[in-house]
Ligand binder design. Structure first.
Ligand SMILES: [Zn+2]
Length: 332
């Protein structure tokens, strides 16, 4: 693909050169147009693209220069599933859940995608909770459900790789994973349970999948390193305490699909300076921005009259902020 692009680029430059010269050429000569074809030797500048290993294929890194030169290196072995984990046959008789570490002592847990030739489709309640020797977890594409508290209190887990079939993350699933810095929640996830990421104090950013409609109670509460979070358009409800004490969060943009915000949802987010609020809210709990002393700017997607006179919005009012409405500004 890169090579094709380069060729296109070169031919475009040539065409430009030809057309530029041809303008002047009526009165001069045409002999200079073909000399630009030889690329000058240059020091390659490679861009790396990592392909993670799978259960069947090696991982590798491909390096590509903009000139089209490329090579592949840094091979990583295919994933080897952890042994000696504990399983139970599900009620359907056709799939298994992993329900505990069993005799396994791997720091890097790789959950197998099959057990006894049947798919492993869920991670049971509190299956790996409080296991302080685990540093990373890989969850296969066969898994649909991560149950309540599955990894709660795993102090040393830094990285969790979730397969692309998980639809449900249970309550408290990653609660108190205080070393967790790296997690991608796949777009297959439609439900994230309450307090799922409560007190994940090393987490700096998280993308909430587009299909999630409810941010449950305390889901991201006390994620004190969280600087970036995007609430996707499609979310309707932000639950009580959802983001409270996220003390690194600087801005929050509430999309206009949200109709309900719970009490103290953003309270004590002490770095929060800028907030965008839609005019779609029909229910709002108390003290949404309590102790958010740094808020100086509110963008309200509605009129001055709506902001002032819609009683439902009163818990969103902050004394320290200028409020920019569609038809004017209300100074602090
Ligand atoms: Zn090059």
């Amino acid at each position: 693909m890169k090579k094709v692009l380069c060729l296109l680029l070169v031919s475009t430059i040539l065409i430009c050169a030809i057309s530029l010269t041809s303008c002047d050429d009526e009165k001069t000569t045409t002999s200079t147009t073909t000399t630009t074809t030889t690329a000058k030797p240059h020091e390659h500048s490679y861009v790396a693209e990592v392909t993670e290993p799978t259960y069947t294929e090696q991982g590798y890194t491909s390096y590509t220069c903009e000139c089209g030169d490329s090579y592949i290196s840094d091979y990583v072995d295919a994933l080897v599933p952890s042994e000696d984990l504990e399983f139970t046959l599900n009620e359907d008789g056709e799939s298994y859940s992993v329900i505990g570490v069993g005799e396994c002592t791997d720091a890097e847990i790789v959950i197998p995608d099959t057990y006894n030739d049947l798919p492993v489709t869920s991670i049971g309640d509190y299956a790996f909770s409080n296991k302080d020797f685990i540093t990373s977890v890989t969850i296969p594409d066969s898994v649909l459900v991560i149950d309540n508290g599955a990894f709660a209190g795993c102090d040393l887990i830094e990285s969790i790789n979730i397969g692309n079939s998980v639809t449900t993350i249970g309550e408290n699933a990653f609660r108190f994973c205080i070393s967790l810095t790296n997690i991608v929640v796949p777009n297959s996830v439609t439900k994230i349970g309450g307090a799922a990421f409560y007190y994940c104090t090393a987490l700096t950013s998280i993308a909430i999948p587009k299909s999630v409609e409810t941010i449950e109670m305390a889901t991201f509460s006390n994620c004190t390193a969280l600087e970036n979070v995007t609430i996707p358009k499609g979310v309707k409800t932000i639950g009580d305490w959802a983001f409270q004490v996220c003390t690194s969060l600087k801005t929050i943009d509430i999309p206009n699909t949200v109709t309900s915000i719970g009490e103290t949802a953003f309270s004590a987010c002490t770095s929060l300076t800028t907030v965008t609020i839609p005019n779609t809210i029909t229910s709002c709990g108390e003290d949404v921005f309590k102790k958010c002393y740094a808020i100086t700017t509110i963008y309200f997607e509605g009129s001055v009259d709506e902001w002032r006179n819609n009683g439902i919005l009163l818990p969103l009012h902050v004394r320290t902020a200028d409020v920019y409405c569609d038809d004017g500004v209300i100074p602090r």
